[in-house]
Design a protein. Structure first.
Length: 245
C-alpha cells in the first residue's frame, strides 16, 4: 500500500554533486519507485537547482527560504598576525565551545507555519527529516504519523575526528545527550553504516534503528588496461581531499 511521505530537507535533491545529496536522492527515488508519493520540502540551508527538483517531484515539490538562527552563527578565527597563537590556544582550551552546537541551533523556527500548512494540505502518513539537527520539525506532527530521521552521520563529538587528523572542524557537531534528544523525536532512525546503527542502539530504547546503505546503480565497465590506478569519486570536500592525501 502506497504512503504519502513528506520529506523535510535542508539539502536539495538536485544536483547530486555531493555525497549527502546523492544519498538523499537515491533513498527517495527508491521509495518513489515502490509507488510511494514523495512530497519534497527543501528548506534552503543549501542552495540547489529548483527547476530540476520541480521536474523530478512535480507539484509535490516545495521550496522555502532558510533564515540562519543566531545560534547557528559560524565560528570565525582571528586573521591578524597572531592568529596562529590564538588558534592554538582556542584548540587547546575552547574546542568544545567553538565547535559544539545544541541539537536545535541550526533549526529555523520560521519554517514551522509552512510545514504545518503543507501537512494540513496533504495529510502525510510518514515524515522523513534529513539530519538529526532538523528533528525538531517532527514535533509538529501527531503520533499517528510515522516519524523517521535519515541521520547521514553520527554527530556526537564529530569535531574531534577533525582535530585528530589536524583539520579545522566543519559542519555540525554536538554532545551525546543532545543527539539522543533529537533522535528520540523519531519512531525510526536510519543510519548508513552498521557501526553507527550499533552506537545508536546503545543510546536509544524505543525506536526502530535500521541500516540503509547508500543505494546506487552499478554498471560494468571496460577499463581493463589500467594498472596501479584508483578511481575516487566525491565532491570537493576537505575530508575527501585529506583522505586522498
Amino acid at each position: 500500500m502506497s504512503k504519502k511521505i513528506l520529506v523535510i530537507s535542508p539539502i536539495p535533491s538536485h544536483p547530486q554533486n555531493a555525497g549527502n545529496r546523492a544519498r538523499a536522492y537515491s533513498l527517495l527515488l527508491n521509495l518513489k519507485e515502490m509507488w510511494h508519493d514523495i512530497y519534497f520540502l527543501h528548506i534552503k540551508q543549501e542552495i540547489g537547482h529548483d527547476e530540476s527538483m520541480q521536474l523530478c517531484w512535480g507539484d509535490k515539490f516545495y521550496s522555502i527560504p532558510y533564515k540562519e538562527p543566531k545560534t547557528a552563527a559560524k565560528r570565525h578565527y582571528p586573521k591578524r598576525f597572531y592568529a596562529k597563537i590564538i588558534r592554538k590556544i582556542q584548540s587547546l582550551i575552547l574546542s568544545e565551545q567553538l565547535f559544539t552546537y545544541s541539537i536545535d541551533d541550526w533549526y529555523d523556527q520560521s519554517v514551522n507555519e509552512t510545514i504545518i500548512n503543507i501537512s494540513n494540505q496533504i495529510s502525510p502518513d510518514v515524515v522523513i527529516v534529513e539530519y538529526v539537527f532538523y528533528s525538531k520539525a517532527l514535533e509538529l506532527f501527531n503520533k499517528n504519523i510515522l516519524k523517521i530521521i535519515d541521520t547521514h552521520d553520527k554527530f556526537t563529538d564529530r569535531y574531534k575526528l577533525y582535530k585528530k587528523n589536524k583539520q579545522t572542524p566543519l559542519f555540525f557537531s554536538t554532545k551525546s545527550e543532545q543527539e539522543i534528544k533529537g533522535l528520540n523525536r523519531a519512531d525510526i532512525v536510519i543510519s548508513i553504516q552498521q557501526k553507527e546503527t550499533n552506537w545508536f542502539r546503545t543510546k536509544l530504547n524505543q525506536q526502530q534503528i535500521v541500516t540503509v546503505g547508500h543505494l546506487v546503480a552499478l554498471h560494468s565497465n571496460n577499463f581493463h588496461n589500467f594498472q596501479n590506478t584508483i578511481l575516487f569519486i566525491g565532491s570537493i570536500n576537505p575530508i575527501y581531499i585529506h583522505g586522498i592525501n
